[in-house]
Design a protein around this ligand. Structure first.
Ligand code: PDD
Length: 286
């Protein structure tokens, strides 16, 4: 089946969909994005993702390209036209097309909007979670506004590739104090020996993941204590469990960090429980 992409008001064949060479996203990474899970053909937690998109746009002073209702129509229509039941929808908004100049373009330059959707294989994802994933640690060399979900992802790209070449799924960034910030495309969690879930506070240094936010509710319902505080790789290596969260992976147990096993070296039962309960708490189809 041929794929369809939404680009600035048009639904186009994916293979020939393009953006102008002077789009500021292309030339300056001057744009933001969101990735939403699609489940049974419905967007998961779209409201929270669009709240975060609004915040990212505000922080970069990019005017919202369209009303939220219209954006939801485009997201849903892109999912529908691609017949995605289980998968992801990707939304990117940039500061638009203008002659290359670092300063902002003229007032009224329309933002560029791109939406794509693709199917994921749920069986393969479940198998991945059942097996667990490996993580490596790398120095956090990103700018200090990683709370904004910008398309400027070069450190994340290099870290992810380094992980891949080391036979791992994810790289955890380590800040100057030796604390784990987050993964290249996921938030990082541990379950301590005394049963507390620990994840870094989201005020600075990480992206406030939507999966992370919703998982706090799941944890509360499961009677788990959540501590929002920094942790080190040494503490993670002593932890009972570790896992990562994101819209594309939901909850994935981590079984090794830098080649050292976590817990018994198998996916943690708490992580798997949280994964299995996630969609009881996520909002479907807004
Ligand atoms: N990644 N941290 C980073 C750096 C991320 O890129 C992401 C999301 C997360 C988790 O956020 P959420 O739970 O809202 O997906 C944390 C997306 C999925 C991506 O880049 O593909």
């Amino acid at each position: 089946m041929s794929r369809i992409a939404y680009v600035n008001g048009q639904y186009l064949p994916h293979e020939s969909a393009g953006i102008h060479i002077e789009d500021r996203g292309f030339q300056f990474s001057d744009g933001v994005y969101e990735v939403c899970e699609v489940r049974a053909g419905r967007l998961i937690d779209a409201r929270l993702h669009l709240d975060r998109l609004d915040r990212s746009l505000r922080e970069l002073r990019i005017a919202p390209p369209m009303a939220r209702g219209a954006l939801l129509v485009v997201l849903n229509e892109t999912v529908r036209r691609n017949r995605v039941r289980e998968g992801l929808v990707y939304l990117q908004v940039t500061r638009g097309i203008a002659r290359r100049d670092h300063g902002f373009p003229a007032e009224g330059t329309p933002a560029s909007v791109i939406v794509t959707a693709r199917a994921l294989n749920p069986t393969a994802n479940e198998a991945k979670a059942a097996k667990g994933v490996k993580v490596i640690s790398v120095p956090d060399n990103r700018w200090d506004r990683v709370d904004i979900k910008t398309v400027g992802l070069l450190p994340n790209v290099l870290a992810k590739q380094q992980a891949r070449e080391a036979g791992a799924f994810e790289a955890w960034f380590i800040d100057a104090d030796g604390h784990v910030t987050e993964g290249a495309s996921t938030n990082a969690w541990i379950l301590t020996a005394d049963g507390a879930l620990v994840t870094r506070p989201a005020e600075t240094g990480i992206l406030r993941g939507i999966t992370r936010t919703v998982l706090m509710e799941v944890a509360a319902a499961e009677g788990l204590k959540v501590e929002e505080r920094p942790f080190t790789i040494a503490e993670a290596l002593r932890a009972r469990e570790a896992f990562v969260t994101s819209a594309s992976s939901v909850v994935l147990p981590v079984i090794a960090i830098d080649g050292q096993p976590i817990g018994n070296g198998h996916p943690g039962l708490v992580a798997l429980k949280l994964r299995s309960r996630f969609h009881d708490f996520a909002e479907a189809g807004v």
